[in-house]
Design a protein around this ligand. Structure first.
Ligand SMILES: [Zn+2]
Length: 270
């Protein structure tokens, strides 16, 4: 089955991964800007990274017949220094104009500090004032519930927010309902250990249904699996789910979500 992985860090993956993803049916990927495993020493490091995501990674993917789209942002892990974050945010408008950029992401909270909230507020304001879609990272483990609530509170306070153009990502059993009930897209990240396994994701789909749910690998430089979306396809089939439901999850839904961005131009193969 053909699929889209709406959240994967291609910059951390090998060409072998790309070749295997293509053979398994991956047609499109979305790559949000994130923390590369070390703090950058200055805004120019971000500028180079944003160029990598908009110039080099699309070419690497194209070699395997995969369309690459990117999201521009500063991750919560580097948002604590508000003055530094502002310098990075000042770079974003130039990159948001690039033809393969879908919006602002992944942005969000990590330790849910006041400074993180200040930086996040500036990023949300930039997105809303320039009509960009948003992709939110929610915190890990013990901080997830609190951080998700804080993000949803910030969004609820701004009347400009259109929930249908926002994805709350890395949802788990205790947070997915919060995102869906307020009209957002809910991302489920398929990880071998933390976040959700394919089996747990299938459980959540059985409880909440497939509407406005996005599944992704978020594969990066840590323990993760660039074929996780394909594994969900097999997990859902083992449980006897209809092919149309599986296709909705792994193809129709991400297509619908991404299509709301003015830069998303993808003609599905006929
Ligand atoms: Zn990510």
């Amino acid at each position: 089955m053909q699929f889209i992985d709406p959240h994967i860090h291609i910059a951390s993956r090998t060409t072998d991964d790309l070749a295997t993803m293509a053979k398994m049916g991956c047609l499109v990927v979305g790559e949000p800007a994130f923390w590369m495993g070390y703090d950058r020493s200055g805004p120019d490091s971000f500028r180079d990274y944003f160029r990598q995501l908009t110039e080099w990674e699309p070419r690497r993917c194209a070699n395997h017949g995969i369309r690459h789209y990117a999201w521009m942002g500063i991750n919560a892990k580097e948002a604590e220094d508000v003055a530094f974050a502002r310098e990075v945010i000042a770079l974003l408008p130039e990159f948001l104009k690039r033809p393969s950029v879908l919006g602002i992401g992944e942005i969000g909270l990590h330790k849910c500090t006041r400074n993180e909230v200040t930086t996040l507020g500036a990023l949300i304001d930039l997105a809303l004032s320039s009509g960009e879609q948003m992709l939110f990272h929610t915190p890990h483990l013990e901080d997830k519930y609190k951080g998700t609530r804080m993000i949803l509170d910030m969004l609820r306070d701004d009347p400009r927010v259109d929930p249908t153009r926002v994805c709350i990502d890395h949802c788990e059993e205790h947070t997915i309902r919060l995102a869906l009930e307020e009209g957002y897209w809910a991302g489920i990240t398929l990880y071998p250990t933390t976040k959700a396994t394919p089996e747990r994701a299938a459980d959540m789909v059985e409880i909440y249904g497939p509407d406005r749910v996005l599944v992704n690998s978020s594969a990066d430089w840590g323990p993760s699996n660039p074929l996780a979306v394909a594994e969900l396809i097999f997990a859902m089939r083992r449980r006897g789910h209809d092919e149309s439901v599986i296709r909705q999850l792994v193809y129709d839904n991400p297509l619908k979500f991404m299509s709301q961005s003015r830069n998303f131009q993808f003609a599905p193969p006929t």
